[in-house]
Write a protein that binds this ligand. Structure first.
Ligand SMILES: [Zn+2]
Length: 325
């Protein structure tokens, strides 16, 4: 008699039988029937089957979790101790449907603490980021910097506020976050579907602001918050790490997606991108998508120029770029 156990083949993506050919001694049945009453034997068989079934579900769940972790998001160390968290471009079911595509985020690990730049569109994704930080360091998360007030970039703030991190943004971005917080209360009123999707959300605006450019010195690193007069929303800023030559552009750059334009000053936005292309930077972190270099930034800039040259409605939501997908 052979015993079969089902397992999940994460590479092939389906269940495949794993055969265990030598798990049973030849005289197993005989031994049972001679030494134990039938009821005990049945009980042992039931227990054995139950354990086998439990093992199967544990294996299946583990395999599915591993598979999910492998493609739901990626974390890349773009420069020493500078990480980018980029989610797969899918629509989140448990999110504000107007902002259901999670934004990219980053974290910088220093000897004096961790700085998180943007927190995506939900506390669920923010916990994924926190998990990745905890896998790399025991340093506390001291600061969160939001590059703008867009909900898909700040709705994970609450996770880091719980850890007593200081939440920083421009004053205008903070106003945007507060406005969203108030609008959401009105939108949730009487909307059961939205209330269910956002039952675990506690929108948490930035707690500290500045109207001027500002530099955070932490653990021997400088993170410069630089306000940008143009952009898809008021109060947009970028975060520059001069020593690493990394620039977090937030909503000003989408790598492989159509940007949210809203009431943007497109001309000023394009001019700003021309400007940062000449900065001493070799890694540009977008609001959505993976990190890019100067070539990818130039492609986005040309795409924005193409959009600016065509009158008519522009998409309200970031969507896959038809050319790049
Ligand atoms: Zn966004």
């Amino acid at each position: 008699m052979r015993a079969f156990m089902w397992t999940f083949d994460a590479n092939r993506g389906h269940q495949a039988p794993l055969m265990a050919s030598s798990v049973e001694p030849k005289n197993y049945k005989l031994h049972l029937s001679l030494s134990e009453p039938n009821c005990i034997r049945r009980s042992r068989l039931l227990t054995s089957n139950f354990l086998l079934l439990t093992s199967f579900f544990c294996l299946l769940t583990s395999a599915l979790c591993l598979r999910a972790a492998a493609w739901r998001y990626q974390v890349v160390e773009v420069k020493p101790h500078v990480f980018v968290w980029a989610p797969e471009d899918i629509r989140d079911q448990e999110a504000d449907p107007e902002y259901d595509r999670a934004g990219s985020a980053g974290f910088v690990i220093t000897d004096a603490g961790v700085v998180v730049i943007n927190t995506t569109n939900s506390p669920f994704h923010a916990r994924e980021i926190l998990y990745e930080i905890r896998a790399r360091t025991e340093q506390p998360v001291k600061y969160v910097i939001n590059t703008d007030g867009a909900p898909d970039h700040f709705l994970g703030n609450e996770v880091f506020a719980d850890l007593k991190a200081t939440l920083f943004s421009t004053a205008e971005a903070q106003s945007q976050m507060r406005a969203y917080q108030q609008q959401l209360v009105r939108r949730l009123d009487g909307d059961d579907e939205l209330s269910a999707a956002m039952r675990s959300f506690h929108p948490t605006p930035a707690t500290e602001t500045s109207t001027d450019d500002w530099t955070l010195h932490l653990g021997g690193r400088d993170l410069k918050l630089i306000s940008v007069p143009a952009g898809p929303s008021p109060g947009t800023a970028v975060v520059y790490l001069p020593d690493a030559k990394v620039l977090f552009l937030g909503a000003l750059y989408e790598n492989g997606m159509i940007p949210r334009l809203d009431s943007a000053d497109l001309k000023g936005w394009i001019e700003f991108l021309h400007k940062v292309a000449t900065w001493d930077v070799d890694v540009y972190i977008p609001g959505h998508g993976p990190a890019g270099g100067k070539r990818e930034l130039a492609e986005f800039q040309r795409f924005l120029e193409f959009l600016a040259s065509r009158p008519g409605p522009t998409p309200a939501e970031p969507a896959p770029h038809p050319k790049w997908r």
